[in-house]
Write a protein that binds this ligand. Structure first.
Ligand code: NAI
Ligand code: PHE
Ligand code: K
Length: 346
């Protein structure tokens, strides 16, 4: 294992479990503001190198997300590299994998706290929380705050509002908004923008998920055509890495604002989009609603309305990012990163 990405984080732990065939990567990017917190992603990866690289990039994004949301928490991430895709794993093996992960959390003894991410949910946090104090994001039935999807979608909606203003549009009315991925977050983003008068375009590899939106007037875009489809706002709410430098050169959109972590495959892609006049809402600001919900509700004792009040401030936070980028002649990603790093270093 070489670890291909130059990385500015604190520590990366790797464990392989012979019995389940799963490998675990836990990246602690920063513990300066508080314990390194970030979700547990469970999926199959082509190689351990790729799992390590993903964990590190995602952990870094969590540090920036926590700082941008002004939460007293650091950034980390767990990746469970599964021996087979999650859907093919039987329950017993998954529970064994979770029990190894609970042991990982105990070993780290509070330097790292976890929550749900792609491939894990509140029920998995319930299971972890039976043996470790360092898992949050439990289900409502188990006394936790439940899914963060609603808050994340609300924050992405606020981010879209700020971003369209930056390209000179007064509101969402009549704009073509393309939502990629109609899962827990994307389906809610789609509903919110449609309610605000946008012309909705939707795509999901699971086409059945488009159904309810089509019934409400949305148009389906084939999944493989998404980055070639003309729209005003492209909202990636499926996976990360959707825009590389080549795609950035031709993406026919005016705004990119979505929920996915690490939407850009490289930072260079943002520069290309920026030079083309396309506004990119830094994802770690746009998708901070989930962190506000999970950390706010379960760690800081906030009410649901406290979370909402903080989440809608994402619109103002992005206004400030865009203004600062314009003034300093840098990109919004550079401005948002500088702001978050300043908070971490203060
Ligand atoms: P989800 O798993 O509920 O939904 C993802 C959806 O994307 C699924 O419907 C899936 O079929 C679809 N999809 C996957 N690959 C696709 C592709 N290539 N093209 C089109 N559709 C595709 O996930 P969730 O919770 O909605 O999260 C979405 C994204 O937002 C993820 O990247 C996640 O990391 C990020 N995020 C989620 C937060 C949350 O609170 N749930 C918080 C912050 C970020
Ligand atoms: N995994 C989600 C995210 O990337 C939710 C989450 C936030 C999980 C904070 C743990 C901690 O934002
Ligand atoms: K999930």
């Amino acid at each position: 294992m070489t670890g291909t990405l130059p990385w500015d984080g604190e520590m990366t732990c790797v464990r392989h479990d012979e019995r389940t065939g799963a490998s675990f990567v836990i990246a602690l990017h920063s513990t300066t503001l508080g314990p390194a917190a970030g979700g547990t992603r469970a999926m199959a990866y082509p190689s351990l190198d790729e799992a390590v690289t993903d964990a590190r990039r995602l952990a870094r994004a969590m540090s920036l997300k926590m700082a941008a949301a002004d939460l007293p928490i650091g950034g980390g991430k767990s990746v469970i590299m599964l021996p087979t895709p999650r859907a093919q794993l039987d329950d017993r093996r998954w529970r064994e994998i979770l029990s190894v992960h609970a042991h990982n959390l105990e070993l780290l003894n509070g330097s790292y706290w976890t929550g749900p991410d792609v491939g894990t949910g509140s029920e998995d946090m319930d299971v972890l929380a039976r043996t470790t104090r360092f898992a949050f994001g439990r289900s409502v039935a188990a006394g936790g705050p439940g899914s963060s999807a609603e808050a994340t979608a609300q924050g992405v909606f606020s981010a879209i509002r700020a971003s369209v203003r930056e390209v000179g549009e007064p509101g969402l009315d009549g704009l073509r908004i393309l939502v990629q991925g109609l899962g827990a977050v994307g389906s809610r983003v789609a509903t919110l923008v449609a309610e605000a008068g946008a012309r909705l375009l939707v795509t999901d590899v699971d086409e059945a998920r488009c159904g309810p939106h089509v019934a409400a007037g949305a148009r389906i875009v084939p999944a493989e055509e998404v980055t070639r489809t003309e729209c005003d706002v492209f909202a990636p709410c499926a996976t990360g890495g959707v825009i590389d430098t080549d795609i950035a050169t031709m993406l026919p959109a005016r705004v990119v604002a979505g929920a996915a972590n690490n939407i850009l495959a490289t930072d260079g892609a943002e520069r290309v989009l920026h030079d083309r006049g396309i506004i990119v809402a830094p994802d770690f600001v746009a998708n901070g609603g989930g962190a506000l919900h999970l950390i706010g509700r379960e760690v800081l004792g906030w009410s649901e309305s406290d979370v909402l009040a903080r989440t809608v401030l994402i619109e103002k936070a992005l206004d400030e990012v865009f203004t600062s980028a314009r003034k300093q002649r840098i990109t919004p990603l550079q401005a948002a990163t500088a702001g978050a790093v300043e908070r971490i270093q203060a």
